[in-house]
Design a protein around this ligand. Structure first.
Ligand SMILES: Nc1ncnc2c1ncn2[C@@H]1O[C@H](COP(=O)(O)OP(=O)(O)OP(=O)(O)O)[C@@H](O)[C@H]1O
Ligand SMILES: [Mg+2]
Length: 334
């Protein structure tokens, strides 16, 4: 396998005052991967992104990004990455076009190059027709898309996104994801992101790391993580007697547990889809028919619960509400 694009070892941040925000984390991210850092409020996600993108100095540890050290070569690191921070960073009083041009100049790119790329990027994120409007008139989704375009002006190899979809409605979130997936597909871009949305990490993350109180608890492909901590469940209604079906099912090596709940046989198996035909033929062998069968596969929330002892769903609700409130307050003040 190729050298990882991101190689983190023992990365640690203690803020002045002694807050241990990130505690000796180590992991690797490979070229073209979507890597999702999942964790509750205050887990250390933004601090991790801050160190990897060189806006925060680590207290200890190292990270190599596309061959460059965040400690020794921060400006080289900055030249190969794009960053979309958690808080909106675009200037409200400037237009979308002016914001993206400004970023291009900050990177020291020639004017013609910036103009050409700015136009392309605004087209891609669907903002070209509103490029001359002030950002204060943009919706939350439009702002996010502008920030993503801004993060891409230097054609980065790695794009860091801190909560790219937080506080956005479902349709806008889907549109942002469509764009992120396009970057991965068209440019084989490596995407490192943080999210509160388990479904997003599950659906789009090639690999997911769960972080809590500054420590990474587990890393893996969503399916692997689920398989390691939970079982698939089959719910079956049969035409005849439960007892004979239970006997036939208990001897199947794939079946971990059989019980009877609310008139249904409930079976725990490691892999539901591959177990279904075996389960059906075991039931048929007793002279019975399957009247109804459904499969429940575990979600990443169960994995999250297993490792952290709490549900992220409840927390992300309050987080979203807080975010919306903060935005409303900011608007009211200005
Ligand atoms: N500048 C700072 N000074 C002191 N402590 C800080 C500072 N920034 C963050 N912290 C603390 O470090 C810890 C990690 O914060 P961080 O912002 O990295 O978490 P996060 O996972 O991004 O949370 P969120 O989901 O709320 O964005 C928290 O306990 C936070 O209070
Ligand atoms: Mg954060």
């Amino acid at each position: 396998m190729n050298e990882p694009v991101i190689k983190v070892s023992g990365l640690t941040k203690i803020y002045p005052g002694g807050v241990l925000a990130v505690d000796h984390i180590s992991f690797e991210v490979h070229e073209g991967e979507i890597f999702a850092l999942l964790g509750p409020n205050g887990a250390g996600k933004s601090t991790t992104i801050g160190m990897l993108t060189t806006s925060l100095r680590p207290t200890e540890g190292e990270a190599i990004i596309a061959g460059y050290s965040i400690n020794r070569e921060p400006s080289k690191v900055r030249s190969v990455i794009g960053v979309v921070p958690q808080e909106f960073s675009a200037d409200e009083d400037l237009t979308g076009w002016e914001n993206i041009m400004l970023i291009g100049y900050l990177y020291g790119l020639p004017k013609d190059t910036v103009k050409k790329r700015a136009a392309e990027l605004l087209q891609t994120v669907g903002l070209y027709n509103v490029k001359d409007k002030k950002v204060e008139t943009y919706s939350g989704g439009m702002r996010r898309r502008l920030e993503i375009a801004m993060g891409l002006i230097n054609r980065p190899r790695v794009l860091f996104l801190d909560e790219p979809t937080l506080g956005l409605d479902v349709q806008t979130r889907a549109a942002i994801w469509e764009y992120i997936l396009k970057l991965k597909k068209d440019y084989n871009m490596t995407i490192f992101l943080t999210t509160h949305y388990l479904e997003e990490a599950d659906a789009y993350g090639d690999r997911v790391a769960i972080i809590d109180r500054g420590k990474i608890l587990v890393i893996g492909k969503p399916d692997e993580l689920k398989r390691n901590v939970t079982w698939d469940t089959l719910f079956i209604e049969v035409s005849g007697s439960y007892d004979s079906a239970k006997q036939a099912l208990s001897i199947l090596p794939q079946v971990k547990e059989v019980s009877f709940v609310n008139g249904q046989i409930v079976i725990k198996v490691a892999d539901g889809p591959s177990a279904i035909p075996l389960v059906v033929s075991a039931i048929n062998s007793t002279g019975q028919e399957v009247k109804r069968l459904s499969l429940n596969r575990p979600s990443l929330d169960e994995v999250y619960m297993y490792y952290t002892g709490k549900s992220l769903r409840e927390e992300s609700m309050s987080k979203e509400e807080a975010f919306a409130l903060r935005r409303t307050l900011r608007r009211a003040r200005s």
